[in-house]
Write a protein that binds this ligand. Structure first.
Ligand SMILES: [Fe+2]
Ligand SMILES: [Fe+2]
Length: 304
C-alpha cells in the first residue's frame, strides 16, 4: 500500500517505529561498557581538573583569582562529582518515568525495545557516574531535601510531554558541559572518557526525547500546553540549580559563605549557561513551551 493512502495516525506510527529501529541499530553499533572502557585502576592524579575550569561556578570571580592551582583543581573535581551525582539522581527519575510510560505498550514494537535500551544505558551511566564521583574523592552529593521530595512526586506523576521535555532539559544541560570537558586536556583522563561515553549515548536519547515531546504535544490544547510548559520549567529550574551542591566548597577546603556569595553573582558562569542552552531554548520555543511563566523561571535559572 502506498504510504499516501495511509491514515495520518498510521503514517505517524510507522515513522516513529522507523526512528526507533534506527536508534536501536545505532545503539548496537556504538555503545560502551564503562566497566571495561574507563580506566578505573590508575590512582587519581591530582594534577588534573575534574572539569574545564571555565565551567567552575567560581571561575572569573575575585575568589577564584586568590585560589592556588591545587585549590582550583580540587574545586573542579568536587564540582564534576556533584554534577555526576545530580546526573544519577535525575537518571533514576528518568528510568522510572520511561518504564511507567511503556508499561502497557506492545513489546514487539521497536519503540518499546528502544525505551528499554535507553533505560539500560541510563543504568550503566549511573553506575559509571557513581564510580567516577568516588574516584574523584567526593562524598555522595544529593539535592536539598525539598528538591529530593519534589523529584519523588515528579517521577511518580509526570507523564507525556512533561516527562519527556524534562528528560530533554536534563540531558541537554549535561551535554553542553560534557562536550567541553571530554576534549579538555586539563581534565583527568578517566573523567574525559566518562564524558565521552555519555555524550555519544545521550545524543540518541535527546533525539528520542525531542521527538516524544513534539509527538505528545501534537494534539494538546492551550490549557494543557500552558500547564505542562510550567511544570517543565519548574523541573528544569530544580535540575539546573541542583547541579552544583553547596557542600562542594567546604569539601574543596574553601570558605562556603564567600564561595556561595561570589558564585551566586558570577556573571561569567551565568552567560556561559545561557549561551550553551540557546539550542535547547530554541527547541522549547519551537514546541511553544516558552510561555510567560516558564520564561520567567528559565531566566531565573540563567538558561535564557
Ligand atoms: Fe545518561
Ligand atoms: Fe539519557
Amino acid at each position: 500500500m502506498a504510504s499516501s493512502t495511509l491514515r495520518p495516525e498510521d503514517q505517524d506510527r510507522l515513522d516513529e517505529q522507523d526512528v526507533a529501529r534506527r536508534l536501536l541499530d545505532s545503539s548496537a553499533k556504538l555503545s560502551y561498557d564503562p566497566v571495561t572502557e574507563v580506566d578505573w585502576d590508575t590512582p587519581l592524579d591530582k594534577d588534573f581538573h575534574g572539569a574545564s575550569p571555565e565551567w567552575s561556578t567560581l571561575y572569573g570571580t575575585a575568589y577564584w583569582n586568590e585560589l592556588t592551582d591545587a585549590q582550583r583543581k580540587e574545586l573542579t573535581r568536587q564540582e564534576a562529582a556533584s554534577v555526576a551525582s545530580t546526573g544519577i539522581w535525575f537518571e533514576m527519575i528518568l528510568q522510572q518515568m520511561v518504564l511507567r510510560d511503556i508499561y502497557t505498550t506492545d513489546a514487539t514494537d521497536p519503540r518499546f525495545q528502544w525505551a528499554l535500551t535507553e533505560i539500560a544505558d541510563e543504568c550503566r551511566h549511573s553506575i559509571m557516574f557513581a564510580r567516577g564521583a568516588a574516584k574523584l574523592g567526593a562524598p555522595a552529593y544529593r539535592p536539598r531535601r525539598a528538591v529530593v521530595e519534589l523529584g519523588r512526586a515528579f517521577k511518580t506523576l509526570a507523564f507525556g510531554e512533561a516527562a519527556y521535555a524534562a528528560i530533554l532539559v536534563a540531558e541537554e544541560v549535561l551535554d553542553v558541559m560534557q562536550r567541553d570537558w571530554m576534549r579538555d586536556e586539563r581534565v583527568a583522563p578517566f573523567v574525559r572518557t566518562i564524558n565521552n561515553i555519555h555524550v555519544v549515548e545521550e545524543s540518541r536519547h535527546m533525539k528520542f526525547a525531542r521527538d516524544e515531546t513534539r509527538k505528545r504535544l501534537r494534539h494538546a490544547g492551550p490549557l494543557r500546553r500552558q500547564l505542562n510548559a510550567f511544570v517543565i520549567a519548574v523541573a528544569s529550574y530544580f535540575i539546573v540549580t541542583s547541579m552544583v551542591n553547596r557542600k562542594v566548597y567546604e569539601n574543596a577546603g574553601l570558605d562556603t559563605r564567600r564561595a556561595l556569595a561570589e558564585a551566586g553573582s558570577n556573571e561569567h558562569h551565568k552567560s556561559l549557561m545561557r549561551s550553551s542552552c540557546s539550542g535547547l531554548m530554541e527547541f522549547l520555543a519551537s514546541a511553544r513551551l516558552l510561555t510567560k511563566p516558564a520564561l520567567a523561571l528559565y531566566k531565573r535559572a540563567n538558561l535564557i
